[in-house]
Design a binder for this molecule. Structure first.
Ligand SMILES: CC1(C)CN(C2CCCC2)C(=O)N1c1ccccc1/C=C/C(=O)NO
Ligand SMILES: [Zn+2]
Length: 394
């Protein structure tokens, strides 16, 4: 039974055993879930009903039985201000209580709560629930309750200390990493989302206690506009921020190749004690972002590589605006960490009709022109290799 100290956030839900024999050395997986968490995530303006689709596909494949489901608690304000400024938290809380969201508030501008990232009634409570879920996952990992902890309602990587950004209000990832730092000397963060993980990189750009590695589309005018190859952190943190800027059209094979080569350099030079992986799915083919040609197979191969390190792993979600494809991706990743084979046919379940016309788990790769030449990729690897030659924690 998990420790139930005052800080314990574990409200364990007993679950049936996974349909595997006891001898297998499968990983112990905690799945952070509650009806409230799904309900809150489903109210987020740009991903409405996505969380429910993800959870119901995972359940339809019977994967919940292979994990220990843990119900999270919302983050307290004193926990959120471990990263975010009190001014920002106070402003979000004030705006969250205003029912008529027509009323524009000039103070909001300072905190990023403007037109393209608006506060909405209840946003403060929602952001606390989402942050608390990732902190719960981190706590489970630190309590040695599991080898892998999963929160598909997390991954809000753009939120800054002093402002909301990119529809991210509290940075659950930074708060989860701060929690993990209470136990682990070195934390390695990797970001698979189409967008640069700027909020997490900013939080840790001046320290060598957290290495951040982001693989993202980098193109003039593309949000957030940061994440250049030459951005490597500052001061004590110099070389501990790694950026892999990619162009449109990258394929599964090319992405997995650059991912494994960069991450191997990071593992050898940094020797982390724990891994945090943001699995944003907006780089998948069929996403409205229409940028990369990736399928869930790429993310699955990246995750299998990370699992081979055999260190504790925290998985969170992120972007992903084709909800059926995002559910496919995160269900595949959940099957990888639980060591379960999934059949291709989407099982009958409440959202079955969303998976047409093929009703299959796998996606066909996109065929956008690939702007990433091998020379371009080799150039990135040379620069990353040179940068990481300055890092030696092993
Ligand atoms: C509003 C949404 C979030 C959705 N969206 C697309 C998808 C579908 C049609 C528009 C965006 O470009 N968005 C954004 C708008 C402004 C700033 C950031 C983002 C996305 C951030 C992100 O995904 N980070 O990982
Ligand atoms: Zn994104």
């Amino acid at each position: 039974m998990a420790r139930r100290g005052k800080d314990s956030v574990l409200t364990e839900i007993t679950n049936k055993n996974c349909p595997v024999d006891k001898k297998s050395d499968l990983r112990r997986v905690v799945y952070v879930y509650s009806d409230d968490l799904i309900a809150v995530c489903d109210q987020l303006p740009k991903v409405q009903c996505r969380a429910r689709m993800v959870h119901s596909l995972i359940s339809a494949y019977d994967l919940s039985r292979c994990m220990r489901c843990v119900s999270p608690r919302p983050a307290r304000e004193d926990e959120v201000t471990l990263f975010h400024s009190s001014d920002y938290v106070d402003c979000l809380k004030r705006l969250s209580a205003i029912e008529d969201d027509e009323k524009y508030d000039e103070e909001a501008e300072e905190f990023g709560l403007s037109y393209d990232c608006p506060a909405y009634p209840g946003v403060f409570e929602h952001a606390c629930v989402l942050a608390g879920a990732t902190m719960t996952a981190a706590t489970c990992l630190m309590s040695d309750l599991c080898d892998v902890a999963v929160n598909w309602c997390g991954g809000w990587h753009h939120a800054k200390r002093h402002e909301a950004s990119g529809f991210c209000y509290f940075n659950d990832i930074v708060l989860g990493i701060l929690k993990l730092r209470q136990k682990y000397e070195r934390v390695l963060y990797v970001d698979l989302d189409l967008h640069h993980g700027d909020g997490v990189e900013d939080a840790f750009c001046a320290t060598n206690k957290v290495m951040t590695v982001s693989f993202h589309k980098y193109s003039p005018g593309f949000f957030p506009g940061t994440g250049r190859l030459t951005d490597t952190g500052m001061g004590t943190g110099r070389y501990y921020s790694v950026n892999v800027p990619l162009k449109d059209g990258i394929t599964d094979a090319q992405f997995v190749s650059v991912f494994t080569r960069v991450m191997e350099l990071a593992r050898v030079s940094y020797a982390p004690g724990v891994l945090v992986c943001q699995c944003g799915a907006d780089g998948l083919t069929g996403d409205p972002m229409e940028a990369f040609n990736l399928t869930p197979s790429a993310h699955s191969q990246c995750l299998q590589y990370l699992l081979s390190w055999n260190i504790p792993l925290l998985l969170v979600g992120g972007g992903g605006y084709n909800f059926a494809n995002t559910a496919r991706c995160w269900t595949v990743l959940t099957s990888v960490v639980t060591g379960q084979q999934l059949r291709s046919e989407i099982p009958e379940h409440e959202a079955f009709t969303e998976y047409g016309p093929d009703f299959e788990l796998e996606l066909q790769a996109g065929n956008k022109i690939n702007r990433n030449t091998n020379e371009y990729i080799e150039g990135i690897l040379q620069q990353v290799k040179e940068n990481l030659s300055h890092v030696s924690c092993g």
